[in-house]
Structures are given as structure tokens and as C-alpha cells.
Design a protein around this ligand. Structure first.
Ligand SMILES: Cc1cc2nc3c(=O)[nH]c(=O)nc-3n(C[C@H](O)[C@H](O)[C@H](O)COP(=O)(O)OP(=O)(O)OC[C@H]3O[C@@H](n4cnc5c(N)ncnc54)[C@H](O)[C@@H]3O)c2cc1C
Length: 426
């Protein structure tokens, strides 16, 4: 247990080392009236749900930790809905749902909290069930101006429509979300085909994945070595048949192994036992998430580019990984939310880490992140704003590449919902 009361215990090490001004756990009226009046733009409230990002706590800022007071989970089985608090982590959601043989498209880790859902939420199951935001049925919370909101997907009036869209993909800038109701799904068995591959095999597997049916998705990590996961949900005979067809095609990749799981909650992606990269508790890190469409004829050029990026990485902890979206996520209109890049097939993320007190190493790692981003931009020109980087010099570009043509609408919403910038600045 940490002795210092101004430290937040969270998975993100940058945030758990931050000397916060104060920790608060409940939303009281004075939060909106007193703390931030006449404060500067660099003084705002940090919100913590899963605590997996570097923005849930900052030196000298107040953090609202939602995990104690907003951690309720309530199943509405007859409606196929689950109501969760704004401080619930995905592990608790999945464990709860497993008891009822239900599931939800959570991401590759069970550590993230409501931030996963509110910033989009890309799951290995998204190609069939959509993004997490596509499955939100209602939202409760407080706008930055202190107004309590309660919105339901099927009873929005014309003035609420834009806010509803804004909360799906850009909520951290607009509101503190205390409750989300989500559509849930029947749980089904999963097959995972996983293993180490080389560059050439990765190219061939990406090529295969761009033709996958919706029950299959590919995720890979490129660190010291390359490791892949092909995820397959087996819901019915047709899934079984089509998966068998792909298993046949994958037989030539002799290092791949097939594993069967009773349900999604049983899977653990990229576990530390595989030693894919160094997980060092003395490191600080930043992550940037990119978005782009099918690679098609550029697959080999892309893999060559990845090889160069990995050759340049400054230490064993840095890596690039990717997940596949598409299918159902492409069916939604780009106007349905502020996750606007609906044509995307791939979400690679670049993870840069450094020894926490080593400023020189930090500069080198962030330079590598920036340069790798520049190289990958031709394949993946857009951004998934899953982490807020207003402390880094590329924040503005990231915001622009995330919200694009909807950025001016978002700025208008921000002015209405959070005029005094109590929440993180855009
Ligand atoms: C190991 C790992 C695996 C991941 N895998 C995936 C993946 O497969 N797919 C994917 O899409 N993303 C993935 N992510 C990214 C992750 O979903 C996002 O970074 C997400 O924003 C983290 O949310 P959090 O609640 O855990 O983080 P926090 O640090 O607590 O919050 C992140 C931001 O969201 C805001 N926020 C959080 N909760 C609320 C709330 N209730 N109301 C208002 N604002 C809020 C905060 O202001 C904060 O700035 C992964 C992250 C990690 C660390």
C-alpha cells in the first residue's frame, strides 16, 4: 500500500507516480462551482476509471477516481442489457456476464475501464458485434458545466442528438460519465490460432485476414519477435464450416497452434509468459493508436517498413501491435458517433517506454514513436484517440486526425458542455 495520499494506485505507471493535488471519489456540486473557477487552461480535472492511461493523474492536478463510488453492475437480463458504473473495469464486467453465459466486445486486455467504452472500444469481436460505442443504450453523467444528463438511444430529442454522438468517441472532453447501459450478447465458444511467425508469414496472414468473414479477426505484435492471434467465434454450423476452411489454409504455418476456449472471458492475449517484450515496472510509457483501411497490394511494403521500425526501436520494451476491425464496424454511418473513421480495417498502436527518471531515454523513445508514426502514416493516416496526450507536442495533430471533419462540431459541443474547461482541454 502506498503511504503518500497524493498518489493514485492504478495500472498506468506514469499516472501512479504522479503527485496529484488531491484525490476525490464522489461528484458533489462544489466540484463544478469552486475548484476550477478562474483557473488556467492547464488546470483541469483528471478522471480515472480503469487507470490504464497516462492522463488519469497528473502532477498538481485533481483526480476524480470513479472506481469506488461508481462501480455498480446491474443486469437487465430480459432486455439483454447491462448497466455499469463509470468506474467499472472490463475484467469485472466480463466476470459478471460469464455467470449468465453472456458477453460484451471488450478489448485485448481486461484492465481498461469505462474509458475503453467511451473512446470507441475495438474488440477482437467488433467485426461481428461492432465497437463498444455501437452497443451503448443509455448514458448518465454530468457535463463539464455541472448539468446532470440522462440520455437514452431511443428517446433522444433533436438537441440531445449531437451530444449523444459526441459522448460516443469524445466523452472525456465533454462529461463525467457515471453510468452506461450496454447491449450484451450470448456467449459462444472461441477458437484461437496463435504462434510466432516471421515477416514473410506475417505478410501472408495479413493478406488472408483482409478476406476474413466477420467471426474472424487477426491481431499481431511485432517486438523482438512477431506473435499473432487469429480469433474465431464459433456461434453455429456456418461459423464452424468457415473456420475449418481457414484452418486448412493456415496449416502451412507450422508454428501456429489451435486452442479452444469455452468463452471469450477465458482468453488472455499477449500474456507476460510469452516474453514478447519487457514489462518493466520502472518504466514510463506512451501509446499512440493509428487507423487505416485494407493494405491490399501494400502488405509487403508495410511489413518491410515494420522491420525497419523495429530495427530502430530504442529498447526491449518498445513495440508495435495491431488489431483488426471492419465487418460490422464499417456498417455504421460516420455520423453516428465521433469515431468517424468507419472505413478502417487496422488499428496499429505504437508503444514507447523508457526508464522513468531518464529524461534522455524518454526523449529517444518519444522520438522513435514519432518517427515510427511518420513511417506508418502512409498506411494508417488516421488516429483512434484512445489516450489523451495534451502533455505532448502532437496532441493537436492527433485530435485533428481523430475527429477530422467533425472537429468544429466537437469544439462547439465543448464550448456548450464544458465552457470553463473543467475537463481535459481539446
Ligand atoms: C493493456 C491495454 C490493452 C488495450 N486494448 C485495447 C483494445 O483492444 N481496444 C481498444 O479500443 N483499446 C484498447 N486499449 C486502450 C484503452 O481502451 C484506452 O486507453 C482507454 O481510454 C482506457 O480507459 P481506462 O478507463 O482504463 O483509462 P483511464 O486512464 O482511467 O481513462 C482514460 C481517459 O478516459 C477518460 N475517462 C475514463 N472514464 C471516464 C468516465 N467515466 N467519464 C468521462 N471520462 C472518462 C479520462 O479522462 C481519461 O483521460 C488498451 C489499453 C491497455 C492499457
Amino acid at each position: 500500500m502506498k503511504k503518500n495520499n497524493n498518489l493514485l494506485e492504478v495500472p498506468n505507471i506514469n499516472s501512479s507516480d504522479a503527485q496529484v493535488k488531491k484525490l476525490i471519489y464522489k461528484i458533489e456540486d462544489d466540484l463544478f462551482n469552486s475548484h476550477f473557477k478562474s483557473s488556467s487552461k492547464s488546470d483541469y480535472l483528471c478522471v480515472c476509471s480503469g487507470g490504464t492511461t497516462s492522463s488519469c493523474a497528473r502532477n498538481g492536478l485533481i483526480t476524480l477516481d470513479l472506481r469506488k463510488e461508481y462501480n455498480q453492475i446491474h443486469l437487465e437480463e430480459e432486455k439483454n442489457l447491462i448497466r455499469i458504473g463509470g468506474g467499472v473495469i472490463m475484467k469485472d464486467l466480463l466476470n459478471y456476464l460469464e455467470k449468465y453465459n453472456k458477453t460484451f466486445p471488450t478489448g485485448l486486455s481486461k484492465l481498461p475501464g469505462a474509458g475503453y467504452i467511451l473512446t470507441g472500444g475495438i474488440s477482437p469481436m467488433s467485426r461481428r458485434y461492432g465497437l463498444a460505442i455501437d452497443n451503448i443504450d443509455s448514458i448518465k453523467g454530468y457535463l463539464g458545466n455541472g448539468t446532470f444528463i440522462s440520455l437514452e438511444k431511443n428517446s433522444l430529442n433533436s438537441t440531445q442528438k449531437l451530444l449523444w454522438e459526441g459522448l460516443k468517441g469524445a466523452a472525456p472532453f465533454l462529461a463525467i460519465i457515471t453510468e452506461i447501459t450496454l447491449k450484451i450478447f450470448q456467449s459462444h465458444p472461441i477458437q484461437i490460432i496463435e504462434g510466432f511467425v516471421d515477416d514473410n508469414e506475417l505478410s501472408k496472414i495479413i493478406n488472408l485476414a483482409e478476406g476474413f468473414p466477420d467471426n474472424l479477426s487477426l491481431q499481431w505484435i511485432y517486438a523482438e519477435v512477431i506473435y499473432i492471434y487469429i480469433f474465431a467465434e464459433i456461434k453455429n454450423d456456418s461459423d464452424n464450416k468457415i473456420t475449418k476452411k481457414y484452418l486448412k489454409k493456415l496449416e502451412k504455418f507450422t508454428s501456429l497452434k489451435i486452442k479452444s476456449y469455452e468463452n471469450y472471458n477465458q482468453i488472455s492475449f499477449f500474456p507476460k509468459e510469452l516474453e514478447l517484450f519487457e514489462l518493466n515496472k520502472n518504466n514510463h510509457s506512451e501509446v499512440i493508436s493509428l487507423l487505416g483501411g485494407d493494405l491490399k497490394d501494400d502488405i509487403q511494403t508495410f511489413v518491410k517498413c515494420m522491420k525497419e521500425i523495429i530495427k530502430e526501436k530504442p529498447n526491449k520494451s518498445c513495440y508495435v501491435a495491431s488489431q483488426q476491425l471492419g465487418g460490422k464496424t464499417k456498417e455504421f454511418d460516420h455520423k453516428s458517433s465521433f469515431f468517424i473513421h468507419r472505413g478502417s480495417t487496422w488499428k496499429p498502436w505504437i508503444y514507447a517506454a523508457w526508464k522513468k527518471d531518464d529524461l534522455k531515454e524518454k526523449e529517444i523513445a518519444l522520438k522513435w514513436l514519432n518517427e515510427s508514426w511518420k513511417k506508418l502514416k502512409i498506411f494508417f493516416p488516421k488516429i483512434h484517440l484512445a489516450q489523451i496526450h495534451n502533455h505532448l507536442n502532437f496532441h493537436e495533430e492527433e485530435v485533428y486526425l481523430s475527429y477530422g471533419e467533425r472537429l468544429s462540431e466537437l469544439k462547439t459541443l465543448k464550448n456548450i458542455c464544458d465552457p470553463e474547461s473543467i475537463l481535459p482541454p481539446l
